[in-house]
Design a protein around this ligand. Structure first.
Ligand code: SF4
Length: 714
């Protein structure tokens, strides 16, 4: 296994961590707020307009005494029931009172008391949900029964009864309304809170000694932020409408204190002789309710909230543009005779100069994650893509299926498969390729299995969809597939749910699922990483047998050189987004030409024979550079023990002097002649030439350095 060279900071939980791309990962609560503000509210014109309206209304109502032209009780008997005039911009009511002044004077009370409903309702509902989710079944049952009783009560009758008992105490009435609404909010939030309580990081927090309250506040509440905020926005709008309704039927603030509902009630009595009077108050109430709803809708309409890894509509448009650009480039190349590749034999996968990039990748301006990757996979063979995390292996593999994550697209090159360039194939056409011609096994088998359905249902449904079989025929085929992947008790496993089987069994089922459409190529993204050693060996042996029996080919993504040695016929070593060495597995493992391959082997305990096991395994100092920091010259230079001045220039992938492989190193032959070794001791990168991380596209001229690395410099 390739060692991790950069251990996580001990205080990662406190300080935050970093993503694979090097961006800081905010804490859950902060991340939730960032998502809310950046992607949803500000991305929705309606929500932005609503926010502006609410902010203006709050500011205007709070500062009303400073700027209102009239007091709410001032009467102008010369302008009773008038429309808009220079003196009264929104007209007057039946007593000659200024409508504009009364609307804004009433706004603060309406908004404030609606907030009481929000705070009581959402606060109580959230607290009850977190308590029920964290305190065990008996507490949950008790709280659920109480909330069910609350939901069965006639809310309107209770509100009217309260008003009858205590008078029109609006804050109290709105608080009781909040209590009644909390039962519904509890039901909405409970399921999510229980799901969060079952997460592994909550178990880890328990192991760390965090109590129920700490877990609820630190780990559950941030995860509920989205739902809570959405509920709050909707309850705010409902509270305003109910309050206006109460005032309309005479249970609002006492006269002459203005309220929106009371003003609408007054206007309704003059709907024939002064219809305008209804307009200003009604419009303000409607706009305020619409604003709250727009904000709630925007917060609730998270792009792919259920599946954040799936591309949004904008991502799909971007990807379609990138596909069209690649197709156009391929057509141009064909017309000019520069295509330089043929479609290859049927069943052979030929990847040529593949590039993958992010964001504006379709226009060529995004950061590139993979550049110039080429390889072939013959039928019945296994190609290993190997390298550290962040080297572009998974991006390369997923691009074969058109399954790159949201915001990432293939930006150039060709993926030639059965006469078709998959890099230039629209997503809808890729659907006929996925599953039927090329299938995927992921690192985490549970990702391929839906916990809601039995293994049998999922296998049968997939077989029927991909192969058009009838139900009983598909069931028999599912049984046969499970036996083929080495499951002895196939009949019983068909009836089980994914959570009832072990990880190794789940991976076998995932392999069976991948084989449902009889694919000719299997993309296996670290299929054994999550399994223990014994099961790893079983799954590798299964894949080997499948390749032999079916003639299927496999692209195996792995960082484990043991897996490469075990199953791969060919290997492509990737570093910082491109291939640094490829060729036959035996040749590369026995006689590596690139220092990075050499370093990986030196760091792998499996690659060292017991009798020659060094006292200390080698390490590779430093980290894989971020794509935006790739140097103009050799991308491995900042970590390479053999770096020299020639390494500051771009390095092409050239035929290796030994065997039939290719290698991207200016000193490959020179070092091979000298019999190079990757030193286990902490040797600074570029021991021939101090190579600081090269981030400039035009490196400084380096001093001439011609000496050759001695085998044992240390
Ligand atoms: S010797 Fe130079 S070209 Fe070769 S891997 Fe090291 S830095 Fe890169």
């Amino acid at each position: 296994m390739i060692p991790t060279v950069a251990p996580a900071p001990a205080d990662a939980d406190q300080a935050g961590s970093t993503t694979a791309a090097g961006a800081p990962v905010p804490r859950p609560g902060r991340a939730a707020l960032t998502r809310l503000s950046r992607h949803r509210l500000l991305g929705s014109p309606g929500a932005v307009a609503g926010l502006v309206w609410l902010a203006a209304l709050v500011i205007a109502s709070l500062t009303a005494p400073l700027w209102l032209p009239f007091k709410t009780e001032d009467q102008d008997f010369t302008a009773v029931l008038s429309g808009p005039t220079a003196a009264h911009w929104l007209g007057t009511d039946e007593l000659g009172r200024d409508i504009l002044s009364r609307i804004f004077a009433a706004a603060a009370g309406t908004l404030g008391t609606s907030m009481i409903t929000v705070i009581v309702g959402v606060g109580l509902g959230t607290i009850l949900a977190m308590l029920a989710a964290g305190a065990g079944e008996r507490t949950e049952t008790a709280i659920s029964r109480v909330t069910e009783v609350m939901m069965s009560l006639p809310g309107t009758v209770i509100i009217l009864a309260v008003i009858g008992a205590v008078g029109t105490n609006i804050p109290l009435v709105m608080a009781i309304l909040g209590i009644l609404m909390s039962a519904g909010i509890y039901r909405v939030i409970l399921g999510q809170a229980k799901s969060l309580q079952s997460q592994l990081y909550v178990d880890a927090a328990k192991v760390d000694g965090l109590g129920p309250l700490g877990i609820s506040v630190r780990h559950v509440l941030p995860g509920l932020a989205n739902t809570v905020v959405v509920q709050a926005a909707l309850i705010f709008a409902v509270g305003m409408l109910i309050q206006a309704g109460l005032a309309f039927i005479g249970f609002g603030p006492p006269i002459p204190q203005p309220s929106w509902g009371g003003m609408i009630q007054g206007a309704s009595q003059h709907v024939y002789d002064a219809p305008w009077m209804m307009v200003p108050t009604g419009a303000v109430l409607a706009l305020t309710v619409l604003s709250a709803n727009a904000i709630g809708n925007a917060l609730g309409k998270a792009p792919n909230a259920a599946a954040p890894h799936l591309p949004s509509a904008a991502d799909r448009r971007q990807r379609a543009k990138a596909v069209a650009a690649i197709a156009a480039a391929a057509r141009d190349a064909e017309e000019t005779g520069d295509a330089g590749t043929d479609a290859g034999a049927k069943g052979t996968l030929s990847v040529r100069n593949l590039s993958v990039g992010v964001d504006n990748a379709g226009t060529g301006t995004g950061v590139q994650l993979v550049t110039g990757v080429s390889f072939d996979v013959e039928p019945g063979t296994v190609l290993g893509l190997v390298g550290e995390s962040g080297c572009g292996k998974t991006m390369t593999a997923l691009s074969l299926l058109g399954l790159l994550p949201s915001g990432v697209s293939a930006t150039g090159g060709q993926i030639l498969w059965n006469g078709r360039n998959l890099a230039a194939t629209p997503d809808k056409d890729m659907q006929s390729v996925r599953g039927r011609e090329i299938a995927l096994i992921s690192q985490e088998p549970m990702r391929a299995l839906d916990p809601m359905f039995t293994v049998g249902y999922q296998l049968t449904a997939t077989i029927r969809r991909l192969r058009g079989m009838g139900r009983s025929e598909a069931r028999a085929e599912a049984h046969s597939l499970l036996e083929k992947v080495g499951i002895v008790d196939a009949g019983r496993i068909l009836k089980t749910y994914p959570h009832q089987i072990s990880g190794g069994m789940a991976q076998r089922v995932a392999v069976a699922l991948a084989l449902s459409g009889r694919p000719k190529l299997l993309v296996a993204d670290e299929p054994t990483t999550a399994l223990d050693v014994t099961v790893q060996a079983e799954i590798l042996s299964l894949l080997r047998a499948l390749v032999k029996d079916t003639g299927m080919s496999v692209v195996m993504v792995t960082h484990d050189l043991g897996v490469v040695a075990d199953i791969c016929d060919q290997v492509a070593v990737m570093y910082a987004g491109h291939v640094v060495e490829n060729g036959r597995t035996a040749a590369i493992l026995d006689n590596p030409r690139h220092p990075y391959t050499l370093a990986l082997l030196a760091a792998d305990p499996h690659a060292n024979h017991a009798d020659s096991m060094p006292e200390r395994l080698a390490t590779i100092s430093g980290q894989v550079p971020q794509p935006k920091d790739w140097p103009a010259g050799c991308r491995f230079a900042a970590r390479c023990q053999f770096a020299g001045s020639a390494c500051l220039e771009p390095v092409p992938l050239l035929p290796s002097s030994a065997g039939d492989g290719l290698v991207r190193c200016v000193k490959a032959d020179q070092l091979a002649i000298e019999g190079m070794d990757w030193l286990a001791t902490d040797v600074p990168a570029g021991r021939l030439l101090p190579v600081s991380p090269v981030s400039s596209a035009t490196p400084e001229p380096a001093p001439e350095q011609d000496s050759i690395v001695e085998k044992d410099l240390a």
